[in-house]
Design a protein around this ligand. Structure first.
Ligand code: NAD
Length: 517
């Protein structure tokens, strides 16, 4: 195994981002320390060791929490627009380092360089959004039932926000949380996925520079590293009022219970099982593009990846032929090479889960019309490259109900009207993203109506994958119910307070209650 890869400018990117061969994994800003074991970051692109990160012990975590708790007391009284100015500077630094960070994301996680850059662009976009938001953290005023009284509600900073993130969006999810939390006056402690720890180090370095340049205290942006046990330091800690956790449903169920047991708040962004409904009135060309990008983009490792295509029986053969034909043109290989469409899966365990799903769909009676398989030989030495597969299946197959984090697309047929397709779509435990391809206004509106899609995201003539930061992002049912990013998602990072002021000389009670002395 090679030590550090020089192809495609990775070593230069690492230098630009201040990522070393061995990194201290706990940080309160400029201050880095760690006394735990080592995580090795192995690139799924070529199997090389990119660097190492020391994990966080309970003692390290206590240090982080002490510093973060003190920093909160300073940060919360900095006026919100000034906090926005810090986030603006952070966005500027991201612009400067976009190429380097996008490259590291691509090399450590395995997504295409374009998608790596796209992830950094999302970070920049959420910073811009947060800057504007910093002047709009508004409450409501309402009329009091008592004369001479004024009533309103206001939002105050919450405290230390714990962020647990998944491997597939190694940097963007952190920024969706931090950019909003920071303008809201919170401080953040982040545990990135143990599969992409160097992305965490790189982001922390960028944030630390900005806080230090502005003479702000240590502790506004903190980092810890390690596996689920380090995550548990946060979920069990009542000094952390909000845990924002992104990852599998399995993880979400554990985190939700742990945080609820101490009556903390959770923001959960969990797995999806996203479908596109294709009606007889669909534009087939648009459908094919949307379905393929959704199914094979990021090698099927997006929470919003398209897993199910629910096609009307009258056009099923036509759609099938077009998609199978398009799959023949897909190029699989090094994601830093712009000629390739699909990079590797994150690791060999993910490859096993992919193989298991293909075996299972056949056992359940499915038919693989694009077979898939693991690639080997030159360029595929990491053992993480797989071919995208398509299976004709039935909606109630056990494997179809399940999110397999790999490029496998299930074709499901429906007959009759669009309600039947919506039933199939909704009949899974997950509720993240959904889409309908149709030029029929009635079908589109039915899909968006209260009797339509039960997902957090419902699109018309767009695939399931990819979302803009301006909207609230998240899903229903076992996807966890959390909302991040745009719209009014900021409210979860603050505590709401209702205030009533009496400017008279009397003390009337609410609901006309008399209490005469
Ligand atoms: P994962 O659940 O294995 O790990 C996610 C994070 O949770 C990691 O940092 C991990 O260390 C931590 N963790 C695991 N168990 C924990 C515990 N008991 N306590 C505290 N922390 C714990 O997920 P993954 O494989 O990294 O990511 C893929 C999954 O994430 C998929 O299901 C995908 O759909 C989902 N995801 C969802 C969204 C969304 O916005 N809905 C976004 C990205 C990924």
């Amino acid at each position: 195994m090679k030590m550090v890869v020089t192809d495609f400018g990775i070593d230069k990117a690492l230098r630009t981002l201040g990522v070393k061969a061995i990194n201290e994994g706990a940080s309160t800003g400029s201050n880095y320390f760690s006394n735990g074991g080592i995580i090795e970051s192995i690139s799924p692109v070529d199997g090389s060791l990119i660097g190492k990160v020391k994990t966080t012990t309970k003692e390290d975590f206590e240090t982080v929490m002490d510093v973060a708790t003190k920093a909160f007391k300073v940060w919360r009284i900095v006026p919100a627009p000034q906090r926005g100015e810090i986030v603006r500077q952070f966005g500027e630094k991201l612009r400067e380092k976009k190429e380097a960070l996008g490259k590291l994301v691509s090399f450590e996680m395995g997504k295409s360089f374009q998608e790596g850059l796209g992830e950094v662009q999302e970070m920049i976009d959420i910073c811009d959004f947060a800057v504007g938001l910093s002047r709009q953290l508004h409450g409501l005023t309402m009329h009091s039932e008592r004369p001479g009284h004024r009533m309103y509600e206001q939002y105050h900073s919450l405290g230390v926000v714990g962020i647990i993130s998944a491997f597939n969006f190694p940097v963007a999810v952190w920024s969706w949380n931090t950019a909003l939390a920071w303008v809201c006056g919170d401080v953040t402690v982040w545990k990135p996925s143990e599969k992409v720890p160097l992305c965490g180090i790189a982001c922390q370095n960028i944030a630390a520079e900005v806080f230090a340049e502005n003479n702000l205290p240590e502790g506004i942006s903190c980092l810890i590293n390690g596996d689920y046990k380090v995550g548990e330091f946060m979920t069990k800690d009542s000094r952390i009022p909000l845990i924002s956790a992104t990852g599998s449903i399995r993880m979400g169920k554990i985190v939700a219970q742990e945080v609820a047991s101490r009556l903390g708040k959770s923001l959960l962004e969990l797995g999806g099982n996203n479908a596109i409904i294709v009606t007889p009135d669909a534009d087939i060309k648009m459908t094919v593009i949307g379905a393929i990008f959704g199914a094979v983009g990021t090698a099927g490792q997006r929470c919003t990846s398209t897993r199910r295509l629910i096609i009307h029986e009258s056009i099923c053969d036509k759609v099938k032929l077009a998609i199978v034909d398009a799959y023949k043109q897909l190029r699989i290989g090094n994601p830093l090479d712009e000629n390739n469409h699909i990079g590797p899966l994150i690791d060999k365990d993910a490859v096993k889960l992919y193989q298991h799903a293909l075996k299972k769909v056949v056992e359940e009676g499915g038919n693989l019309i694009v077979e898939g398989g693991v690639l080997s030989g030159e360029g595929y030495e990491s053992g993480c490259y797989v071919k995208p597969a398509i299976a004709e299946a039935k909606p109630d197959f056990e494997i179809v109900q399940h999110e397999t984090f790999a490029p496998i697309l299930y074709l499901l047929k429906y007959s009759g009207n669009v309600e039947n397709a919506i039933d199939i779509q909704n009949n899974v435990v997950q509720g993240l993203s959904s889409a309908i391809m149709t030029n029929n206004l009635r079908e589109a509106e039915q899909f968006l109506s209260v009797a339509g899609s039960d997902c957090g995201i419902a699109n018309v003539n767009i695939g399931t994958s990819g979302a803009e930061i301006g909207g609230a992002f998240g899903g229903e049912k076992e996807t966890g119910g959390g909302r991040e990013s745009g719209s009014d998602a900021w409210k979860i990072y603050m505590r709401r307070q209702t205030n009533t002021i009496n400017y008279t000389n009397e003390l009337p009670l609410a609901q006309g209650i008399k209490f005469d002395l």
